[in-house]
Write a protein that binds this ligand. Structure first.
Ligand code: C2E
Ligand code: CA
Ligand code: CA
Length: 406
């Protein structure tokens, strides 16, 4: 058993090291009381213990013993005159024919990290499947780092349309990975791992540069896209380098947009967050709430944050034409937004029926496969050129575009 206490650092930080030491001694005593004579117990890190159970009946009952350990350690711990509580996670693994003690410890650590990835106290038993998954994740992590070196992350663009006129009203930037073996990959294949290994900011930075460059070029070439939006993760919002990575100074106010998940603004904005939002606004960047309706929709949060737009999640748009109740819900969100002077974007619009309905309901902007799929830079440029009125020749033909006919 690889046993790990969570929130132990908080004890050290808030009550001091003496309390932390007392807590560790107490925990060690509790574990020692469970240890049989032929068994082995060690503290192997600040708040981590390895507990090697005896063979036979003891190790067969490992899962039950682990539950027992959790129950005992989760009781309040006396720390230097205070009572504290810790969370507990345990990784379990077995020795065997080709698994020696050393390997078993490594396997338990792998199981532990899987246990910790799940919320709350948990035990996880090491399995071959876990090992394979772990190996695949590690492989992807290596590939992502190589991809960054090879500049393999690029923006795709999905157009947004004015619901009334169906003119192009904006474009959302979506991350893609040009994988050497698997082709173009969507964020579900790399976003989480990139976040885990803390390189999402590098991907974002490389995308930001390309997206701003494309947007500037389109403006110069008369490929009128009124707005460009990018997705900003909660973590990035507080990054002091955030604004510096978007060279948006030359874009008119409100033409560049940050999309942020509503979960970022759970409750009241804290001070740091408010300052970050202020800085973004001062830079002339508009704020949109993404995936509205899936997280902790706080109407109060909307009034304090006052975003420019609100994007209704596609989970609410999909059933729209399936019944009155769904329709009324979306109508109510649109009405609420308008009452607060917030424009409404519908995401995941996949059918003509949805387009018609959303239009009559007064939705402002539509985005979805029914109108345009996410496209690579070249494809979207071709798409936009094809829509340009024949007279709108800016004389600024770009590289690779066909020579203008005389
Ligand atoms: P999102 O911001 O909600 O982006 C919209 C997603 O819906 C995109 O998936 C898009 O391809 C998909 N979509 C658009 N229209 C339709 C439709 O009609 N039907 C259906 N079923 N899907 C549609 P994608 O590109 O796979 O992105 C997934 C998520 O990854 C995004 O969700 C966003 O949260 C995140 N993401 C994408 N790019 C970035 C990025 O550069 N940075 C960060 N932090 N997150 C990103
Ligand atoms: Ca988005
Ligand atoms: Ca969304």
């Amino acid at each position: 058993m690889h046993i790990d206490l969570s929130r132990f650092k908080e004890i050290n930080d808030t009550l001091g090291h003496r309390a932390g030491d007392a807590a560790i001694v107490h925990v060690a005593g509790l574990l020692e009381a469970l240890r049989r004579q032929d068994e082995w117990l060690a503290r192997i890190g600040g708040d981590e213990f390895a507990f090697v159970l005896g063979a036979g009946e003891r190790s067969e009952n490992a899962a039950r013993i682990a539950e027992e350990v959790i129950r005992i350690l989760e009781a309040p711990i006396p720390c230097d005159g205070h009572l504290c509580r810790c969370g507990v996670s345990i990784g379990l693994s077995r020795t065997g024919d080709d698994v020696d003690g050393r390997q078993a410890l490594i396997n338990a650590a792998i199981a532990l990290s899987s246990a910790k990835a799940q919320k709350g106290s948990r035990t996880v038993l090491f399995t071959a499947e876990l090992e394979n998954r772990n190996r695949a994740i590690k492989q992807t992590a290596d590939d992502i780092l190589r991809g960054l070196d090879d500049d393999a992350f690029l923006p795709f663009y999905q157009l947004q349309f004015d619901a009334k006129t169906l003119e192009v009203s904006g474009v959302e930037t979506l991350a893609r990975w040009q994988h050497p073996k698997h082709g173009v990959l969507a964020p579900d294949r790399f976003l989480k791992i990139a976040e885990d290994i803390d390189v999402m900011w590098r991907i974002d930075r490389s995308l930001a540069e390309k997206a701003c460059g494309d947007f500037l070029r389109w403006r110069l070439e008369g490929l009128a896209v009124p707005r460009m939006s990018v997705n900003i993760s909660a973590r990035r919002l507080l990054d002091p380098e955030l604004l510096a990575s978007f060279p948006t100074q030359s874009f008119p106010k409100g033409t560049f947009v940050f999309e942020m998940l509503e979960s970022i603004f759970l409750d009241a904005l804290d001070d740091e967050m408010s300052k970050a939002i202020d800085r973004i606004r001062k830079a002339g960047i508009a704020i949109e709430i993404d995936d509205f309706g899936t997280g902790h929709a706080s109407v109060l949060g909307l009034t304090t944050l006052h975003p420019k737009r609100l994007k209704i999640d596609r989970a609410l748009i999909a059933p729209l034409t399936r019944g009155e109740r769904h329709r009324r819900l979306v109508a109510a969100i649109i009405e609420m937004g308008h009452a607060l002077d917030i424009e409404i974007v519908a995401e995941g619009v996949e059918t003509q029926a949805q387009i018609v309905l959303l239009r009559t309901m007064g939705c402002d902007v539509l985005q979805g496969y029914a109108l345009a799929r996410p496209m690579a830079t070249r494809d979207i440029e071709a798409f936009l050129r094809a829509r340009l009125p024949a007279t709108a020749d800016t004389g600024l033909a770009s590289e690779g575009s066909p020579p203008a006919a005389e």
